[in-house]
Design a binder for this molecule. Sequence first.
Ligand code: SF4
Length: 186
Amino acid sequence: MRPVTHNTKIKLVESPKGFEGEGFFATKLSDVVGLARSNSIWPMPFATSCCGIEFMATMAAHYDLARFGSERLSFSPRQCDLLMVMGTISKKMAPILRQVYLQMAEPRWVLAVGACATSGGIFDSYSVLQGIDQVIPVDVYVPGCAPRPEAILDGFMRIQDLVRNESIRRRNSEQYKDLLNSYGIQ
Ligand code: SF4
């Protein structure tokens, strides 16, 4: 598809790879589903501290996550497909985070935003979880303390790349089941 050229800055997304000729276009179902999913991700913000403030800036007008089709935040895990974890996660809170993840339907993705969610950050203490990947699988990590909104957007776009290129059969694969099993998730 060609970008819209008349007096507007709106651009159409790239169409997936396929075969085209006069009057027809053919591609894989996986690519079409990936295209739709990647441009309509519904995030579930799990924000506990300062990184959550950066997320608020990411949602606001200047950075505007809505440009990516993701203005619809969900505060119910059952109606979202991207868990964004932002902030320090205490060990006491880890089971709650895991419960939220378990309540999300497949397909679901996880973005660990900032040093605390990624590794415990500067809080190398008895009470802080040293990375959320100890309790749930993570797809993309965003470094920084705190990461700027640009970094969060970059992490988000990497999630979009994963979503766009994921086979619709991946969730039924042995590899994916093994990953969940390694976290004790059936
Ligand atoms: S990574 Fe830094 S900014 Fe983010 S929650 Fe931890 S201490 Fe706060």
